[in-house]
Ligand binder design. Structure first.
Ligand code: PRX
Length: 685
């Protein structure tokens, strides 16, 4: 950081005039639930002394225990280097390979064991059980193809736009084997969104699949690759090669034609690489493993860069002790690998531990509300991991369905958004049949792995609260003035983490200033300091800590909406709307939704002389879907005569949010145009 400019920028950015925390649904403190004795008897972590071992005075050396779960070519010399704060470097001097840690090291004992159970959405299609030996062979052959056909080498970036299929972790691990940085884009995102990420990461190779199943339909996915390449070209970036996996090997399932000289069918080309083996590249611990783009306060998504050593150590430890994964467990995380949860807790964490990880292609309630429980029963899944949105959807579709199946979970996770106590209790009683422990894990794309959660065999559970910081994580809540709220005060403030941890992202790809401004500047005690104690990490969530030390997360304090557990920047949606020629101004506000938690409402005003119409609203909505993806589709597009504004011309999103939620917008008399509020309210009725 060259001067203190980012500090000032960030303070402005983070004083949004509407925050989710302000409109968050608050619920009462709940009674505790004890973890089942049967769970405790087998748990990996039962010693409450762990918190002493990970107290702040043992920092950072306590984290050696995390790294010791991995296989190293060369041990690290320094556990944490803070010389270029806040760009922390973990396990400096160490060398390892993420792929060999997730695959090769299990062969001696577990080569015959299923690494991946791939469950296709069509129920008549057989489940594929991929052993560690088979995973080893397929990863090696594909790594050889990436190296020899694509010319990819250590440090290059590759964009993946793949659905939930076994070929996705195979692709990620093949990249990791070569030290190539993968950047997987959620398959539900549009071709344009894929292009933006490929351009930012300067990927010359795009890896995709011809088609995949979603809600009973075989979707054409290849068409998005064509859009991505064309959109990237308009940004002056050339994607040289598009590699296409076939959903049905040997058969091309997309109506979109292949482009000669650019597109290659991987399954055909792989024949040339049969039997090839590629030595894993010993990589520096602080080299990048992957980029994961996420939404923030500006229109442009940011590429969170995760390291090899710190990240892998962190997800391995948390998978073992918070997810309680044992090698014999069958573990199913229903997230999408296109999000951080899938990277950490479908692929890297479980495979690093040699577990069997389930990958389900499609919709949890397809073809009926019992589907998820049939999968769990048939594969004898005993650890289950999903989001409140999925739990709400499963509950609505079939509240009594779980009881009809003979599945038994020992452990269940919820992640991504606050879970209402009533939904938590259904999860506990019906899905878990009262036998499973639940962890409510709070963390973010930037964090690599869990930050707050109960330790499942040590703490009691409290519905609606995530729990304390996990071992090694020391949260603190600051008020807006930078004063620390007393521990357990029950008062809302901005949750931060006092200390760095190995899973924290290293930087925002190509934007180190924004990294500092957004996450560290606000509560930094001294921008010149090289002492980690001066650099609390700002998570961007509002939270309260109860007297028992448990944290309850209230929601974002910035312009980010959490839709179905996925982050969308309001600015991203607004930028997409502004691409429509007729639109003069756009403002997005979050509205509560029974299933998805929050959904966006989009308010627009038109350029002079233009009239509102249903067609125009539809066109604007379609523009948002094409720029980002269906997940960002506004609930309503409201075309307003004018935006409510302050005298300085700022759009008052708080007023719009109140109107969308049918709440009182409060005193609007100080607005430049108070009369518009009633007109908008009329429109929304
Ligand atoms: O607001 C918090 C919410 O999700 C945000 C992070 O979103 P993302 O980076 O997409 O990662 C989601 C999965 C790790 C957070 O800033 N959030 C995440 N977990 C919880 C949560 N809110 C409440 N309770 C949680 N357990």
């Amino acid at each position: 950081m060259s001067d203190d400019k980012p500090l000032r920028q960030s303070r402005e950015q983070q004083t949004a005039d509407i925050s989710e925390a302000q409109i968050a649904v608050h619920w009462q403190e709940e009674d505790y639930f004890a973890p089942p004795a049967k769970f405790i008897a087998q748990a990996n972590l039962t010693d409450a002394g762990i918190f002493e071992r990970f107290s702040l005075d043992k920092f950072p050396e306590c984290y050696r225990e995390f790294a010791d779960l991995l296989e190293w070519y060369k041990r690290w010399d320094k556990t944490l280097d803070t010389g270029n704060a806040p760009f922390w470097r973990w396990f400096v001097g160490g060398k390892l390979n993420a792929c060999s840690n997730c695959v090769d090291r299990h062969l001696a004992k577990h080569k015959n064991k299923a690494a991946i159970h791939f469950v296709p959405e069509p129920e008549q299609e057989a489940v594929q059980h991929i052993t560690y030996q088979e995973l080893f062979v397929r990863v090696n052959e594909f790594a050889a193809l990436l190296r020899d056909f694509c010319g990819l080498k250590t440090g290059d970036r590759v964009t993946l736009h793949m659905p939930m299929v076994a070929e996705l972790p195979i692709t990620m691990l093949a990249c990791a084997r070569l030290g190539v940085i993968h950047s997987q884009v959620f398959s539900g995102f549009s071709g344009k969104a894929c292009a933006d990420r490929a351009v930012d990461s300067e990927s010359r190779v795009l890896i995709t699949m011809d088609a995949y199943y979603r809600a009973g339909k075989l979707l054409d996915h290849k068409e998005k690759a064509d859009i991505a390449v064309a959109e990237a070209a308009t940004d002056g970036h050339r994607i040289d090669k598009v590699l296409v996996w076939q959903r049905y090997p040997g058969k091309y399932s997309s109506p979109t034609k292949l482009v000669e000289g650019r597109d290659v069918i991987i399954n055909d080309l792989l024949r040339k690489y049969r039997g090839k083996r590629v030595e894993p590249v010993p990589m520096p611990a602080e080299a990048a493993l992957f980029l994961m783009y996420t939404s923030g306060t500006t229109g442009k998504p940011k590429g969170c860069q995760h390291s090899i050593g710190g990240y892998l150590a962190y997800v391995t430890w948390t998978s073992k002790y918070i997810q309680d994964i044992h090698p014999e467990d069958v573990y199913w995380c229903m997230a999408d690998i296109g999000w951080i949860t899938g990277h950490s807790y479908i692929v890297y964490g479980p495979l690093s531990l040699g577990a069997s990880s389930v990958i389900y292609e499609g919709v949890p309630t397809h073809p009926d509300a019992g589907r998820s429980w049939r999968i769990a029963e048939d594969l004898d899944v005993n650890i289950f991991h999903t989001s409140p949105t999925a739990i709400r959807a499963l509950r609505r579709a079939g509240p009594d369905e779980p009881a009809k199946y003979n599945h038994h979970f020992k452990h269940m996770t919820t992640v991504g958004e606050p879970i209402e106590p009533a939904v938590w209790k259904w999860y506990f009683t019906e899905v878990g049949k009262g036998e499973a422990v639940i962890v409510d894990t709070w963390w973010q794309t930037e964090n690599g792995g869990f930050l707050c959660s109960t330790v499942p065999a040590i703490h009691k559970m409290k519905p609606g609260s995530a729990g304390p910081g996990i071992p090694g994580i020391h949260p603190v809540i600051y008020d807006d003035e930078g004063k620390e709220l007393p521990a357990g005060s029950g008062k809302a403030g901005n949750i931060c983490i006092r200390n760095p941890w190995p899973g924290i992202f290293q930087t925002i790809w190509k934007d180190p200033d924004r990294f500092v401004a957004q996450y560290y500047a606000r509560y930094c005690k001294n921008p010149k300091s090289k002492d980690w104690r001066d650099w609390p990490y700002l998570a961007g969530d509002g939270a309260v800590q109860a007297a028992d030390g448990y944290y309850r997360i209230l929601g974002r304090i910035d312009d980010v909406i959490n839709v179905a557990g996925h982050r969308l920047g309001t600015k991203e949606i607004e930028s997409a709307a502004l691409l429509v020629a007729e639109v003069a101004e756009a403002a997005v506000v979050p509205v509560a939704d029974e299933i998805k938690g929050k959904v966006p409402d989009l308010y627009v005003s038109l350029k002079p002389g233009l009239n509102a119409s249903k067609e125009l609203a539809n066109k604007i909505s379609a523009a948002v879907v094409s720029a980002i993806g269906a997940i960002a589709r506004p609930r309503e597009v409201v075309i307003v005569p004018d935006m409510p504004k302050t005298r300085s011309g700022k759009i008052m999103r708080r007023v719009l949010a109140a109107i969308s939620s049918h709440q009182d917008p409060g005193d609007v008399s100080t607005l430049a145009n108070p009369e518009v509020v009633d007109k908008i309210r009329e429109l929304v009725k």
